[in-house]
Structures are given as C-alpha cells and as structure tokens.
Write a protein that binds this ligand. Structure first.
Ligand code: PFF
Length: 477
C-alpha cells in the first residue's frame, strides 16, 4: 500500500487505505506514504502516449532538432517551475484542485475567481481523454497485431497498409476505444490507486528497458547517426512559430501540466518532502522516455525511407517494422504494446479523475454515478475523433480560420487542449503563484534556499507568463 488515507467523504476516491494521524487539512485525507509513491503516481500520469506516440510525430512534423531544443527549453524554464507551483498549490490547499484554489484564495483573502484555474483544467482533461482513449485503443489493437506474428518480415508498405486498415474501420476503432475507456473507468470508479502504483513501479522501468532494446535494434539499422543528428542538431530554418507553439503545448501535455492533475497529487504529498526535487525527478524521467522513443523511432524511419512528418501514425508505422525484423520481435513487440497500453492507462486515469472529483465535491454525486456520467460523455465525444480518421477525414469544421485549415475534429481537440488550454491553465497557475498567493506561505511550502526561491519566483512571475503570452500573440498574428 503506497498511500494511507482516512477517506474524507468528499475526497475518498483517489486513494484508499488505513487512517493516519496527520496535521493540517490533510489530516482528514491521508498522504502519500513516501516521496517514491508520489513520484510513481506523478510519473504514471506524465509518462504516456505523449512521450511515445506524440513526441516523435510532432518532432517529425516540425523538422527535428530545433523543435526538440525549444521543447527542452520549455520543459526546463516553463514546465518544471509550473509543476512546482501546481504541487505547491495542491499541498497548501489540501483538497481537490478546484477546492484547493478557492480554499487558498479564501484563507489568504483572495478572490474565489481563481477557482477558474481548476475549472479550465478539468474541462481540458475531459476533452483530452476523449481522443487519448482512441489512441489508447490503437495501442491495444497492436498488442494483438504483434502477438499474431503477422508483422514478421513485413515491408514498410505492408506495415503501413495494416495501420491504414485499422484507421479505415470505425467499428474496430470504436471497440478498442470502448475497451480503453472502460479500463480507465473501472479504476476511477473503484478509487484504488495503490495497486496501480505498485504496478507503475514495475512496468515503467520495464517500458524503459524495452525502449532501450528497440534503440539497440535501431543502432543496427545503419541510420542511427542520421536520426541522432535529426533530433539533436538544430536547424532553425525548419522552425516555425506554430512549431514553437506546439513545443510549448507539448511540454505541458507531456508533464500533465495546466490541468491541475499535479495539484491533485500534490495535495497528498507530506509536508517534509521537497517539492523541487520531486518535480525535477518526474520531469527528467518523462523527458528521458520521450528522447529514448525518438532515438528508437527515427533510425527506423530513415532506414526504411519513411517520412518523418508522417503524422499521428508514425510509431504504428515504424515500430512494427522493427519488431518484424528483430530477433524475438513478436515477443518484444507484444510486450512493448502491453506496456504502452499500461502507460496510457495510468495517464488516462489521471485525466478522468479531476472531473470525477469535481462532480463529487460540487454536485454531490457519488463516485459511481460521476465516473459513469463523465466517462460515458467522454466516450461519446471520442466517436467524433474516430470518425475524423475515416468517414469525416475531410471535414474541417473550423477550416475557414487560416491557422486551422484542414484540421479534423480530432486535430482540433488536440490543438485546442494541448496548445491553448494547457498553456493557458499553466499561465493562470503561474500568475496565481507569482502574484496572488502569499509569499510567506510559498516560502514555507517550497523550503528552498533564498536564492533558489527568488529564481523560481521570477520565473513564475515573469518568464512563464511572458513566454506563454509571446507564443500566443505570435501565433495569432
Ligand atoms: N502526460 C500524458 C502523456 O504524456 O501521455 C498525458 C496527460 C495526462 C496530459 C494527464 C495531461 C494530464 F493531465
């Protein structure tokens, strides 16, 4: 059992366990039993499809090195400080995100309008989950595809055809999407995280090792150097303003920031644990997984003459090739996709949890009703993303806006959540921490040296808001 709790009625779902005598508002709710438990849960949320599915394809679409550099900068100067702010707000407030923010606002005599920060996040999580679950469904489907052995020795064209076949079949996509959403709902409804955390502690390292195995295979393709150069040699002529927006948005997406997830988790973090160290640890692990995924995939892309900018299908068109060619490929491939599903699952849970908590706390629904309600509406919305891949592939509802030309519903959901809502949520968090919360309270929570505290404060006060604002304004122009 990684978490202890005495389950207050309003916040009983997330964690379960025995009661503990603890001080402050957390006394009613229980805390993570250790720093490790928090890191596991936060890593479980952060590491997901964003790292393995999305990072390689957006990197490919945006020309490689320069994009990666901007992304890394965003992680370092925006992501980590915001993660610290979120965890701090959560721990200081001690409740679910919406309640934490309004509690702090009340306690520190601030405007309850800051509740909005939590509200934006809850909506973003809900919208993200609708398409995230569809991609989670692809991953589930590939467990079977690799296990069946049909990939072995296949050409790039054949592997591509298998993937196109999946996309063109709404019924199959719907079935896998339904299964993924059901997996997420089952865990959220039962509110049992402890088993999952134990699983994360085994499966995440396993995923890491499998990625290393694929990287090892990728080194034998003869195109590893080309891939490394593609990822790490910045060519700024390939970087566009919209690429910068995508890099910023992806930094938020991959670290699960801007939607109050880390706030929710922070509310369970014991007071004596360093927020800075844990935030940095989670961010480094998350970034490491993404870079490894890049090093696994791009050598295969170049070795097979594939297109780096192939889009959302990139990993499903490259990794199966590797598994089709390497020794014991069916075994490793199956295991890889199982682990990918698991990584997506733990992230999916953290996307649904905030809205379920909100329905419980604010609308007085019980956990089963709120999970079923939110989950089913989200599932239904996912159908629009499924149809965007086939029957509605040419339907671009906002195509009249130059920036959104040709974007399907699926593309729009991804664009608005990752590139607009999450950075906006992050901006509000930065403003709340930088300008609204009491300095004394923050010094106490963060327990940094004065120099480090000031550096952090300057970042959330000025650097993050200006960075987000500049990227937004440039893209609007
Ligand atoms: N960070 C997850 C990933 O990279 O797959 C996605 C995600 C989870 C985003 C939870 C936001 C969130 F709140």
């Amino acid at each position: 059992m990684s978490v202890t709790s005495s389950d207050s009625a309003s916040h009983s779902g997330a964690l379960e366990g025995s009661s503990a005598a603890l001080e402050g508002s957390n006394a009613k709710r229980g805390l993570w039993s250790s720093r490790l438990a928090f890191i596991l849960a936060a890593t479980g949320s952060a590491v997901g499809l964003g790292n393995i599915w999305k990072f390689p394809y957006v990197t490919g679409e945006n020309g490689g090195g320069a994009f990666v550099l901007v992304y890394l900068l965003c992680i370092a100067i925006v992501g980590i400080p915001i993660m610290m702010a979120e965890v701090m707000i959560g721990r200081r407030g001690g409740y679910s995100p919406v309640k934490s923010l309004s509690q702090i606002a009340e306690r520190d005599r601030l405007k309850p309008a800051w509740k909005l920060v939590g509200a934006v996040g809850i909506l973003a999580g809900f919208l993200i989950l609708s398409f995230y679950s569809v991609i989670g469904g692809w991953a589930i489907s590939y467990v079977g595809t690799t296990a069946s052995g049909q990939l072995s020795g296949q050409s790039a064209d054949a592997v591509g055809a298998i993937f196109s076949g999946l996309l063109s079949d709404p019924t199959t996509l719907l079935a896998w999407h339904t299964l993924f959403m059901a997996l997420v709902m089952v865990v959220v409804v039962r509110g049992v995280r402890s088993g999952l955390e134990r699983a994360v502690s085994i499966l995440m390292p396993a995923l890491f090792v499998l990625l290393l195995i694929v990287v090892g295979y990728a080194m034998t393709t003869g195109h590893f150097g080309q891939a490394a150069a593609f990822l790490f040699q910045p060519d700024f002529s390939k970087l566009t303003t919209s690429g910068i927006l995508v890099a910023l948005g992806h930094a938020f997406f991959t670290l699960s920031l801007g939607m109050a997830v880390m706030m929710a988790y922070g509310s369970y973090l014991p007071k004596n644990i360093s927020i800075a160290k844990t935030s940095i640890t989670v961010s480094v692990i998350d970034t490491g997984v993404a870079l490894l995924a890049g090093l696994a995939i791009f050598p295969i892309v170049f070795a097979n003459g594939l297109e780096p900018g192939a889009g959302p299908g990139l990993i499903f068109q490259t990794l199966p090739l590797a598994f089709g060619q390497m020794p014991m490929g069916s075994f490793f491939g199956t295991l890889f996709f199982v682990l990918l599903v698991f990584a997506a699952w733990t992230s999916g849970i953290s996307l649904l949890e905030p809205i379920v908590e909100w329905l419980e706390e604010r609308k007085g629904m019980n956990r089963t009703v709120s999970t079923l309600g939110a989950g089913i509406v989200c599932w239904a919305l996912g159908i629009a993303s499924i149809l965007s891949l086939n029957l509605w592939a040419d339907f671009a509802p906002l195509g009249f806006v130059p920036m959104l030309e040709g974007k399907t519903i699926f593309d729009l959901l991804d664009f608005f959540t990752a590139n607009i809502m999450l950075p906006l949520g992050g901006l509000l968090v930065a403003l709340f921490a930088g300008w609204v919360m009491s300095r004394q309270a923050m010094e106490k929570e963060l327990a940094l040296s004065p120099g480090m505290f000031n550096l952090w404060l300057i970042t959330v006060r000025f650097v993050t808001p200006v960075a987000v604002a500049v990227v937004f304004i440039y893209n609007l122009m």
